[in-house]
Design a protein around this ligand. Structure first.
Ligand code: GLV
Ligand code: GLV
Length: 324
């Protein structure tokens, strides 16, 4: 029987699938696996079902010499050294599609929360100090008719853009290739990054994190953004130079930010939590019962396929499974 280590408890739907054909060990405590637990699990197992906060580097991948597959419970896989996995013949998979709408919806939740000052208003209401309706209180910005700039028009960026159709927004996007769905769906226009930065009222980030996208948004971009603009990030924290963001928000270079991800997760940059014009959530983009259940099943199915010597649909390095 193949041995599988799951680095944190996920939906039973996924665990049960695995248990039908594998010897399954699930990390017992409800917290991220420690480095030692991860190494021990990888040493023991044939397959690893990993979380996005597990650093799957060469040491983990080669821990016991027997690891065959890693199924990441996330669409992003910047936590995994894919080159090392290829060298070591370890298959790697992710969970695309099943979290697309959930993450796009989270970007909208943040966008509206920032635009309409939902969090400070909630805080005042809870405090019991609200004096009643006021003409000048929590006056936010309009969303309808504004320009939405989407950076990264993959599955999630495209879904986020398409969801704008009810708000009559002008949608512009920056992506390596054209997105016909976005262009046909909401008349989106593909532009250069500089133009997007300068013209957008709302900018939403949907890129994978890698060496070219790290700190894509930093001081020069904040200088170029409209002082009335808001930045939304449901991708990866390090797409933004977070210290520069805190500085830009403090100085009013931009109006606000909605963040679900952080450069040094789970920590955040000094000063961020003191700002009233940010909404900060706890990396919950895919956290709907539907998406998390589907992710568990998909990751389990991916792992079973790879342990069976098949790449499966979401394998990121299928060549590992091509023999002869
Ligand atoms: C979440 O951040 C994911 O990559 O699935
Ligand atoms: C990938 O990150 C996506 O957009 O689904």
């Amino acid at each position: 029987m193949k041995k599988v280590y799951v680095s944190r408890a996920i939906s039973d739907k996924g665990i049960e699938l695995l248990r039908r054909q594998c010897d399954v060990r699930v990390q017992a405590a409800d917290r991220p696996a420690t480095r030692e637990e991860l190494l021990e699990g990888a040493d023991w197992a044939d397959g690893l079902l990993s979380m996005l906060c597990d650093k799957i580097d060469e040491e983990v991948l080669s821990a016991g010499g027997g690891l065959k597959a890693v199924a990441n419970y996330a669409v992003g896989y910047d936590n995994i050294d894919l080159a090392a996995a290829g060298r070591l013949g370890v298959g790697v998979s992710n969970t695309p599609d099943v979290l697309t709408h959930a993450t796009a919806e989270m970007a909208w939740a943040l966008l509206f929360a920032v635009a309409r000052q939902v969090v400070p208003s909630d805080r005042l209401m809870r405090s019991g100090r609200w004096q009643g309706w006021a003409p000048m209180e929590f006056v936010g910005c309009d969303v309808t008719g504004k320009t939405l700039g989407i950076i990264g028009a993959g599955r999630i960026g495209t879904a986020m853009g398409l969801m704008s159709s009810g708000f009559g927004m002008k949608v512009i996007y920056w992506n390596r290739s054209a997105s016909p769905r976005l262009e046909e769906g909401v008349g989106a226009q593909r532009v250069e990054l500089d133009q997007l930065i300068e013209e957008s009222d709302f900018i939403s980030l949907h890129l994978p994190l890698n060496d070219t996208s790290r700190h894509l948004i930093g001081k020069p971009q904040f200088e170029a953004m409209k002082p009335t603009s808001c930045l939304i990030n449901t991708g990866r924290g390090a797409l933004i130079d977070e210290a520069a963001l805190v500085d830009a928000l403090r100085k009013g270079k931009i109006a606000g930010a909605g963040l679900d991800v952080y450069e040094f997760e789970p920590a955040m940059s000094k000063g961020l939590a003191d700002l009233d014009n940010v909404v900060i959530t706890t990396h919950t983009g895919s956290a709907t019962s539907g998406s998390r259940g589907d992710m568990a099943v998909m990751a389990a199915e991916n792992l079973i396929a790879m342990l069976d010597g098949r790449a499966g649909a979401q394998c990121l390095n299928a060549k590992v499974f091509r023999h002869g």
